[in-house]
Design a protein around this ligand. Structure first.
Ligand code: CAA
Length: 395
């Protein structure tokens, strides 16, 4: 694994685009696992909207759900770069399984690891790293998506508890998750300064599930509404201090965006792989598509864009591994990679022609799956705000 020191050296001493032998082995191991145990179920998970529980368990039994966390908490002791290498391979096989994994690691376990008390880590992080439990992150609401500080789900302090009332939306891993990091407010008028993060366990009285979203893509992943009605959560389940929730949410999304960049790259790579196979078989005008220059140019552009996106993603992951500021580069990596995923999957459908528009080939699913990478964990517009603000602060 890439240790923190090596990652720091990579960032400080210049460029090193080579993966270590261990990282190549990790990537190879995950690729084989994903091709064997995940890819064969991707089309059915999409068609039937079936949560990829079996695939999640395969990841857990190979210790892949704790990659970037310390061994003392059930993790692998690896780096964030190790994690994105693995995540790209999982997403190349099935984007629904990939987002389940990325929410578990980037959005639930990562803030517990960074902000949790030793007791919270033992109680909540260890079973997440081991894959014995599933995690979720709940920030968005009906009237607060990009404007995250506008959330109104209330948590009123009463003695040793918080009493929660409100509804959250678009919660990935919802219903199936055991451990939810829920962002609440003591006073909506305070906007970001009033936000507090609470760890809420499935089964807590007053915590129920509303509608399940019927989505365009990543249809195997579960996206649920959460409903809190006088739901009492003990104060010891508060993650960080009162009013510190917004910064925890933003810190978490900085890391999450690197994961979504990896997801976008995995989807794009899968589309390119499908095209390479198709153009060698399909003939037009007396020769394989692969021998037409128009098709070759498409493939070259797809390949170029994917490689560029991957380098951005790796750089963002290396900076995070080294403990360096990565807010801007994570936003850049996700913005670029998600737009590449849309362009590449669109071209992949075009290359397949009429066949690409049918469910006989995987590219239409990949195009539908790619779209969400431009929306969740920061729309492309929100990311442009983050990047521009960082840029303007520098100059
Ligand atoms: N890390 C730590 N702190 C941060 C931060 C970061 N990356 N970004 C901002 N902050 C801090 C600021 O320093 C500021 O602190 P002070 O009060 O001490 O100055 C505070 O947070 C407020 O910052 P802003 O003024 O920039 O806040 P804003 O209201 O203008 O928000 C925004 C800006 C960038 C648009 C932000 O709201 C945002 O990122 N929105 C997108 C939300 C998002 O990505 N949602 C995805 C939902 S989750 C999801 O999709 C999950 C899933 O299931 C897959």
């Amino acid at each position: 694994m890439l240790s923190e020191n090596v990652a720091r050296e990579m960032v400080q001493c210049g460029m090193n685009f080579e993966l270590t032998e261990e990282q190549r082995m990790l990537r190879e191991m995950v690729r084989e696992l994903a091709e064997r145990e995940i890819a064969p179920h991707a089309a059915a998970a999409d068609k039937d909207q079936e949560f990829p529980l079996r695939q999640f368990r395969a990841l857990a039994s190979n210790d892949l759900l704790g990659i970037p966390f310390p061994e003392q908490y059930g993790g692998m002791g690896g780096s964030y770069l190790d994690y994105v290498l693995a995540l790209e391979e999982v997403c190349r096989a099935c984007a629904s399984t990939g987002v389940t994994m990325s929410v578990q690691i980037s959005l639930a376990s990562a803030p517990l690891s960074r902000f949790g008390t030793p007791e919270q880590k033992q109680r909540f992080l260890v079973p997440l790293c081991r894959g014995e439990k599933i995690g979720a992150y709940s920030l968005s609401e009906a009237n607060s998506g990009t404007d995250a500080a506008a959330l109104v789900c209330q948590a009123r302090r009463e003695g040793d508890s918080y009493v929660m009332n409100g509804t959250k939306l678009w919660v990935t891993n919802g219903f199936y998750a055991d451990t939810y990091i829920v962002y609440t407010t003591g006073d909506p008028g305070l906007r970001h300064k009033g936000i507090t993060a609470l760890i809420v366990e499935k089964g807590t009285p007053g915590f129920t599930f509303g509608k399940k979203e019927d989505k365009l893509g990543i249809r195997g992943s579960a996206t649920y509404e959460l409903i809190f009605q006088n739901c009492r959560v003990p104060v010891e389940n508060r993650l960080g201090g009162e009013g510190e929730g917004f910064k925890i949410a933003m810190w978490t999304l900085d890391g999450g965006r690197i994961g979504i960049a990896a997801q976008a790259i995995g989807i794009a790579q899968a589309a390119l792989d499908a095209c390479v196979q198709y153009v060698k078989q399909r003939e037009t005008f007396g020769k394989p598509l692969a021998e037409h220059q128009a098709i070759q140019f498409y493939l070259a552009d797809m390949n170029t864009d994917i490689e560029a996106a991957r380098l951005l993603c790796w750089r963002a992951a290396a900076l995070k591994s080294a403990g360096e500021d990565h807010t801007r580069i994570a936003a850049i990596a996700k913005l670029f990679a998600s737009e590449v995923a849309m362009q590449v999957t669109n071209k992949a459908v075009q290359i397949h022609g009429g066949y690409g528009f049918t469910k006989e080939f995987p590219v239409e699913r990949l195009m539908r799956d790619a779209k969400i990478t431009e929306i969740y964990e920061g729309t492309s517009e929100a990311l442009r705000m983050v990047i521009a603000r960082a840029e303007l602060a520098v100059r």
